[in-house]
Design a protein around this ligand. Structure first.
Ligand code: ADP
Ligand code: ZN
Length: 200
């Protein structure tokens, strides 16, 4: 039984709503790969330079150096072929080409670790995460805490007026909500914490 002659590639996906710890988990896995002396490259889409232009950053402020790309094809262009582990954050902003590119990376022996939102502000599956889940060897779904009721939250609630699929922002613009408290699209403004009149 000597058919496994080298390491094989695979795809891991970490998905869930905003604030659920996807970036933290991605960074944790990438740090472990570095401890194992593996060569690591990290990519994020140019659209998300909210907290840093050259790092992936979690809401709890853990950070890791990353390369910014405009489209997933750039991963192949920028890839050092000695790289063993490829990390990708905010995959939901990368578009459907990411599926084929992740497949190519894994087929060529890379460990691909992908983090992204699985649903959008309407609660709909967020392309290309559904297809990535189908081709992945490993799937992790992270949950946040619902800011309304404290239960586990799988939704990203948009708090500001916009019907764009992509409206980049963090706290104040989005919050985590559970199935019961989620209101697809915009919540009733009077229910919002910051829109309520302050009581002494
Ligand atoms: P994601 O990448 O899924 O948006 P991050 O990894 O950036 O999540 O941030 C996770 C961290 O955000 C948590 O460890 C916690 O410190 C913080 N946090 C803020 N709001 C919430 C919330 N509603 N539920 C859980 N964690 C939250
Ligand atoms: Zn709730």
């Amino acid at each position: 039984m000597d058919f496994i002659t080298g390491h094989i590639g695979w795809i891991e996906v970490v998905c869930g709503p905003m604030f659920s710890g996807k970036s933290e988990e991605l960074i944790r896995r990438l740090r472990r790969a570095l401890i194992a002396r593996k060569r690591v490259q990290v990519f994020k889409p140019v659209i998300d330079v909210r907290y840093s232009a050259d790092e992936i950053v979690s809401h709890a402020d853990t950070r890791m150096k990353s390369e910014v790309i405009a489209k997933p094809q750039e991963i192949l262009q920028r890839l050092d072929w000695r790289t063993q582990v490829v990390g990708i954050d905010e995959a939901n902003f990368m578009g459907p080409e990411l599926v084929d590119i992740s497949q190519q990376l894994a087929d060529s022996g890379k460990q691909v670790i992908i983090a992204g939102l699985d649903t959008d502000y309407m609660g709909r599956p967020f392309i290309p995460i559904p297809d990535l889940l189908c081709i992945a060897e490993s799937i992790t779904k992270t949950l946040a805490i619902c800011l309304r009721c404290g239960n586990p939250a799988k939704h990203t609630q948009r708090l500001v007026e916009s019907t764009d699929l992509i409206a980049v922002g963090g706290m104040g613009m989005y919050e985590a909500r559970c199935r019961r408290c989620f209101e697809p699209g915009l919540p009733k403004q009077e229910l919002l914490e910051f829109a309520r009149p302050k009581r002494d």
